[in-house]
Design a protein around this ligand. Structure first.
Ligand code: PEP
Ligand code: CO
Length: 457
């Protein structure tokens, strides 16, 4: 059995983070109401189980040693009203299809982790937002307050924690049902929407990859008699940023017959860039749970800080326990990543390396719209593969913000979305996401990169 972290450590409790400096937490006007809500959350049943968590941890251990690839993706921020049948199905569809494309390139199993069923709390660079001389608290995600610019909407409301928790449960309930049956067809390339492919100079190659997937599926179904989707092997794990520590710790429990504490609101919680300080509350919280945990890294970090993260979060250097999700941006990754890799190695780290190709590539258009260029995202992922390979190891996975919907938030891709297109279907309250086609295209490009890399570029 996998054990790790420091859950046995006497000074850690699900609430020991309260003694540490904490950033990015909402200010609730009524502290007693918040405590009552957290008490209610403590009594509600968990969303995930300890055995699923340990299963993911084992899969991540394989990713750490290059025997698996991780696809982590989903919305920047889930919305309470986004909990609909169509959105959930579309999100699963795009993740599943991307993962099949990646299998072709990686020639390894792919683990799917959705940024869903709990990705509701957001860090913000500004505490307040001012519009027309009016200053209100920033929107911090649907589990904290609401996006409309009114004092009522922006006041943090503890009840939203319960609404988020319930939506997470509804989302997961539907996902589990879909995975169990009725979802298998989405595997088949016939169900891929590949209309965009003809706009790409790589169209032929993409069609070849799709044909490879089709043949492999036919083989398993007709020859081996395993109907894809009937087996329990298609799993989806959940992940979210462990930002609202009241919410996270209320769902942190012991389970019968297993040592340690588990965050049972998600399989894979991570600390975001703004809350990853080794001395801070968020790292203290992550230290004591048995879940695999992630840390976003996006700024230059000295060896000393790398050592602190590893000693605090992964003192046993257990593969699968810690993932470092780097997000330097296409223009900085070449300068920053090699040093990070060297420092982790020097400290004996056996982490899963995941490239978040989104958050270092956000920019504003001249008109003030937040966007990302498909080319930057592609460039960062490709550089990540090269840098890891040049340093004698493997990139273990990618982290993307994407949606199964036909939005226009990122520029570029085979269809060549332009700045003007951004006004057409811009649906994100926060970061711009790849749409369905751009997500699939990125998967094809990554698969291609993995294939070409294997024979020496
Ligand atoms: C995010 O993942 O949405 C996010 C805020 O990322 P980061 O912490 O890397 O900025
Ligand atoms: Co984001």
């Amino acid at each position: 059995m996998v054990t790790g972290g420091t859950s046995g450590s006497p000074e850690w409790t699900p609430d020991s983070w309260r003694r540490r400096p904490i950033l990015q937490q909402p200010e609730y006007p009524d502290a007693a109401a918040l405590e009552r809500t957290l008490d209610e959350l403590r009594r509600l049943p968990p969303l995930v189980t300890s055995w699923e968590i340990l299963d993911l941890r084992e899969q991540l251990a394989e990713a750490a040693s290059g025997r698996r690839f991780v696809l982590q993706g989903g919305d920047c921020a889930e919305r309470l009203d986004g909990c609909t049948s169509a959105r959930i199905t579309n999100a699963l569809k795009v993740l599943l299809q991307m993962s099949l494309v990646l299998v072709v390139g990686a020639k390894r199993p792919v683990t799917r982790i959705g940024r869903f069923a709990g990705q509701y709390a957001k860090p913000r660079s500004e505490e307040y937002e001012t519009r027309g001389g009016v200053r209100l608290p920033s929107y911090r995600g649907d589990i904290v307050n609401r996006a409309e610019f009114t004092p009522e909407a922006r006041t943090p409301d503890p009840q939203l924690l319960l609404r988020g928790y319930e939506r997470a449960a509804l989302t997961l309930n539907f996902i589990r049902a879909l995975v169990k049956g009725g979802f298998a067809d989405l595997h088949h390339p016939e169900y891929f929407d590949l209309d965009w492919v003809r706009h790409s100079p790589l169209a032929e190659e993409y069609h070849r990859m799709a044909a490879t997937i089709r043949d492999a599926l036919r083989f398993t179904e007709n020859v081996l008699g395993v109907r894809a989707g009937e087996s329990d092997r298609i799993d989806f794990f959940t992940a979210h940023e462990a930002l609202h520590l009241g919410y996270e710790s209320a769902q942190t429990r012991r389970v019968p017959r297993r040592p340690g504490w588990f965050n049972l609101s998600t399989h894979f919680p991570w600390a975001g860039l703004r809350t990853n300080q080794p001395d801070g509350a968020h790292i203290e919280y992550l230290r004591g749970i048995e879940n695999p945990v992630g840390v976003k890294v996006g700024a230059p970090v000295a060896r000393d800080q790398v050592a602190r993260w590893l000693d605090i979060l992964d003192p046993l250097r257990a593969p699968g326990r810690l993932s470092l999700i780097h997000r330097f941006g296409a223009h900085r990754i070449a300068e920053e990543l090699p040093r990070l890799i060297e420092n982790v190695r020097a400290e004996g780290g056996k982490v899963v390396w995941i490239c978040d190709a989104m958050h270092g590539n956000t920019q504003l258009t001249a008109g003030g719209v937040k966007t990302r260029r498909f080319e930057d995202i592609r460039s960062e992922v490709e550089q990540a593969f090269d840098i890891h390979r040049e340093m004698g190891q493997m990139l273990g996975g990618v982290h993307v913000e994407m949606t199964g919907e036909n939005v226009t938030e990122c520029i570029g891709g085979a269809r060549g979305l332009s700045e003007e297109d951004l006004t057409r279907a811009y649906d994100s309250e926060l970061d711009p996401r790849l749409n369905y086609e751009q997500s699939l295209e990125l998967a094809f490009l990554i698969a291609r990169k993995m294939q070409n890399g294997a024979v020496g570029r």
